[in-house]
Design a protein around this ligand. Structure first.
Ligand SMILES: NS(=O)(=O)c1ccc(C(=O)NCc2ccccc2F)cc1
Ligand SMILES: [Zn+2]
Length: 244
């Protein structure tokens, strides 16, 4: 990928996802532990958005927030969703030392300290913070099963169903060490507004559980068999690590 010089083709220097080459990641002792506070009373509904399903939260106040870590503001929880592939061999968006994972969880937060809405925040370089968690095939995940049991209610695009009292913290791995870099949304409009925080510990999902994700249908009532974006060039970016 040459240097973006042409004025015609857009120069997009901070696109996501990328391959995280762990040996090139730089330990940064100024990175703090993540502060994660999710109030189960803010979970609202699950909705099929056509290319995936979102679990949406009430983001009208700072009751569920992410702060510290690499961040200099507090970020309000808005939704989480997953990316997956046609087989268990790939499906994650980020790749670790060339290794793909079967799926990836994205927990989306916006900078409520500096901006007045999610939409406004997506227009700024420090607008969003997304926690990425890799999924690996293993024992069935009882917390994920709670979500999967509701997928039959949101089979087709725009279908939604109440999804309350969900404790998102229970979905996270015990270890919260992370890699972090500046990137973008991985779906249109690909806004370059995301501070990515990728947890270094994966969570498990069974092959049977993952198969349920592929049973969702898009607007043409075809199965959503995959929804992960290809890798993007790292350009001049550095990935930082919270641990040695
Ligand atoms: N896969 S990800 O990088 O985590 C990701 C997170 C959120 C969105 C989103 O909200 N899009 C709609 C949208 C975008 C911009 C402005 C308003 C919107 F509703 C897209 C991708
Ligand atoms: Zn995503």
């Amino acid at each position: 990928m040459g240097v973006c010089t042409s004025s015609t083709a857009q120069c997009l220097p901070r696109q996501s996802p990328i391959d995280i080459q762990t040996r090139r990641a730089k330990y940064d002792s100024s990175l703090k532990p993540l502060f994660i506070q999710y109030d189960p009373n803010t979970s609202k509904r699950i909705i099929n958005v056509g290319h995936c399903f979102n679990v949406e939260f009430d983001d009208s106040s700072d009751r569920s927030v992410l702060s510290e870590g690499p961040l200099t503001s507090h970020y309000r929880l808005r939704q989480f969703h997953f990316h997956w592939g046609t087989s268990d061999r790939d499906g994650s968006e980020h790749v670790i030392d060339g290794q793909t994972y079967p799926a990836e969880l994205h927990i989306v937060h916006w900078n409520s300290q500096r901006y007045s809405s999610f939409e406004e925040a997506t227009k700024h370089s420090d607008g969003l913070a997304v926690i990425g968690v890799l999924l690996k095939i293993g024992e069935p995940n009882p917390v994920l099963q709670n979500i999967i049991d509701n997928l039959d209610k949101v089979k087709t695009k725009n279908k939604e169903s109440p999804f309350e009292k969900f404790n998102l913290s229970n979905l996270l791995p015990k270890e919260r060490t992370y890699w972090t870099y500046l990137g973008s949304l991985t779906t249109s409009p690909y806004s370059e507004c995301v501070t990515w925080v990728l947890l270094q510990e994966a969570i498990t999902i069974s092959s049977e559980q993952l198969q349920h994700f592929r049973g969702l249908q898009n607007e043409d009532e075809e199965f959503i068999l995959e929804n992960h974006r290809p890798l993007q060039p790292i350009e001049k970016r550095l990935v930082k690590s919270s641990c040695k």
